[in-house]
Write a protein that binds this ligand. Structure first.
Ligand SMILES: [Zn+2]
Length: 217
């Protein structure tokens, strides 16, 4: 069962990366079939097997030898590992993490992500909370949506705030503090020359690390 879940996970990871690539260039998710981004050659079936194909191709396109981003391989392995930890109580949390991982992949490429993700993740985190918490969360989410476009040079993206709100509701204050601390440390270590960085990827990496930490203890 673990192996089957791992295989499913690698497929989902591969699919999420491909969808984010297509979101970045505003291409259709369905058409054309998988191809090399550089030489545009359609990929053969043996080049589409998650994890395996990347290793077999040694991380390069079979035709033009352009390097395939390591993100693809890392996402396939990580989502595969996460899915092996699927049990009835973790299912919704995994979907939540998967949706935010997709947002992070889009953020890394374009510093934007599809806005529906914030709304789609809310039901997962509001489940089981009191009506008052639900009301306050909806007000907070709406405020972020209304206020951020008016803020000329926001220090933090609206998506980052929405994910923080989500995480807070799921795991509580202490967990949120250590989660943001790790994400900020990772972002500082990787600091690029650009003044604006995509922060969602660091938040998702940190969330995945804390998840693995809590699951393996
Ligand atoms: Zn190519």
């Amino acid at each position: 069962m673990t192996i089957i879940l791992f295989i499913y996970g690698t497929c989902i990871g591969s699919w999420l990366t491909a969808m984010a690539d297509r979101y970045a260039i505003d291409a259709s998710p369905y058409y054309p079939a998988s191809h090399c981004d550089t030489c545009q050659t359609p990929l053969a079936h043996w080049q589409l097997v998650p994890v395996f194909s990347y290793l077999l191709l040694r991380g390069r396109c079979h035709y033009c030898h352009t390097a395939i981003p390591a993100t693809t391989f890392i996402m396939e392995v990580t989502v595969g590992l996460l899915l092996t930890m699927l049990h009835p109580t973790t299912g919704t949390h995994l979907i939540w993490l998967g949706l935010w991982a997709f947002a992070a992949l889009c953020d890394a490429r374009t510093q934007t992500f599809p806005g529906w993700i914030s709304y789609a993740t809310l039901p997962f985190v509001l489940w089981g909370h009191t009506p008052l918490t639900i009301l306050l969360t909806l007000i907070a989410a709406l405020s972020i949506r209304l206020l951020w476009p008016r803020w000329r040079q926001p220090l933090l993206g609206d998506g980052d705030c929405e994910m923080m709100l989500s995480y807070l509701l799921l795991w509580g204050m202490t967990a949120t503090a250590r989660w943001i601390l790790l994400a900020s440390t990772l972002a500082l270590l990787q600091r690029s020359a650009s003044r604006r960085i995509a922060f969602l990827p660091y938040l998702v990496i940190s969330a995945t690390c804390w998840w693995l930490w809590s699951e393996t203890r």
